[in-house]
Design a protein around this ligand. Structure first.
Ligand code: AHG
Ligand code: MN
Ligand code: MN
Ligand code: MN
Length: 322
């Protein structure tokens, strides 16, 4: 790199290691916001198990918990400098956050897509749920190649947050810090419990969504092989099931179904962020034909079949579906 010209103040920026890359500071602020809302969302769930009486753009009935998480996260994320627009499972269109992404409004260059409460049908049965987030440096709909970071919160026995960016994948424990909040809401403590999360080499678990009679024959044949090799771990919330795969190695799939060739999961705020995390952790993710991150969506609620996990298992899956 050429020596900075003393007269060129940009040179100072180049020379100044502290000048955070806008992506880094926006990403940091997004995951700060997601962590900060996690204890509030978790604390609100017991009283929000009921149907809200409305459907979302995917045609699913929305629970009060879905709406609460969406409102809390929407408010926190659209307030972040650098975030130009916000997409949510529970909202029809992208919400401008001070100017559409890429416009000359004062919004920022980043679009954030969230699944505010993933696996919300587990609320009544008191099983794992999560929040999924993707930070894109392009207007949505966009491909996963435009992700600069992605991750998820898992509301399990403890609350954890997995964060993936170009440097890798880390897992944090997120706890409410009652004494630390002051007047702007409860603070949280975030402690990294795994600084370099990578998929174990030897797969142990699998989880496949949908009803077996609805699986196409080629996927059924593949599933029969996998069932003889791995242990079933399917909990009905993608975040919980993917976290099993990241922890123990294996494969999660919500496959193309005979009567729903596009599967069930949405690309922008479920498949892309999860694919980004698992690929950063050394795994692979496909829609059955191509890498999930290369799928070109038309709309922000587009569905896509998702197969994600150890590379060898995904390669076998793609061969089985050819
Ligand atoms: P969401 O609650 O955000 O709508 O997502 C539910 C998804 C996903 O979490 C899970 O993998 C899948 O639905 C489970 O579907 P089934 O109930 O058909 O198993
Ligand atoms: Mn839903
Ligand atoms: Mn979901
Ligand atoms: Mn959801």
């Amino acid at each position: 790199m050429s020596d900075p010209d003393p007269g060129d103040d940009r040179a100072d920026d180049d020379a100044d290691p502290g000048g955070a890359d806008p992506a880094d500071s926006t990403v940091e602020a997004v995951f700060d916001a997601v962590a900060a809302t996690a204890p509030e969302i978790r604390a609100a769930l017991p009283g929000r198990r009921v149907e809200s009486g409305t459907d979302n753009p995917s045609g699913e009935s929305v629970l009060a918990g879905d709406l609460y998480a969406d409102e809390l996260l929407g408010e926190a994320i659209t307030a972040i400098d650098g975030v130009g627009s916000f997409v949510s499972e529970e909202r029809e269109a992208a919400v401008d956050a001070g100017g559409a992404v890429g416009s000359d409004g004062d919004g920022g260059p980043y679009a954030v897509a969230i699944d505010p409460l993933d696996g919300s049908s587990n609320l009544r049965s008191n099983n794992a749920m999560g929040t999924v987030v993707g930070v894109y440096d392009a207007p949505l709909p966009a491909t996963g190649r435009d992700l600069v970071a992605a991750g998820y919160v898992l509301y399990g026995p403890i609350t954890t947050m997995v964060v993936a960016d170009e440097s890798g994948v880390r897992e944090e424990v997120v706890e409410a810090d009652p004494g630390g909040g002051g007047d702007d809401g409860p603070a949280v403590s975030r402690s990294v419990v795994e600084a370099d999360l990578t998929l174990p080499d030897h797969p142990l678990v699998y989880g496949f969504g949908g009803r077996v009679p609805d699986w196409p024959d080629d996927f059924t044949a593949y599933a029969r092989e996998i069932e003889d090799e791995l242990k079933l771990r399917y909990g009905g919330a993608m975040v919980g099931d993917v976290n099993q795969v990241l922890t123990y190695g294996g494969i999660f799939a919500y496959p193309a179904l005979v009567d729903a060739p596009e599967g069930k999961l949405r690309l922008s705020f479920e498949a892309n962020p999860i694919a980004y995390v698992v690929e950063r952790a050394g795994g692979a993710a496909t829609d059955g034909e191509i890498d999930i991150l290369d799928v070109e969506p038309e709309g922000v609620h587009d569905r896509v079949p998702l197969y994600v996990g150890n590379e060898e298992l995904i390669e076998r899956l793609q061969a089985a579906l050819d």
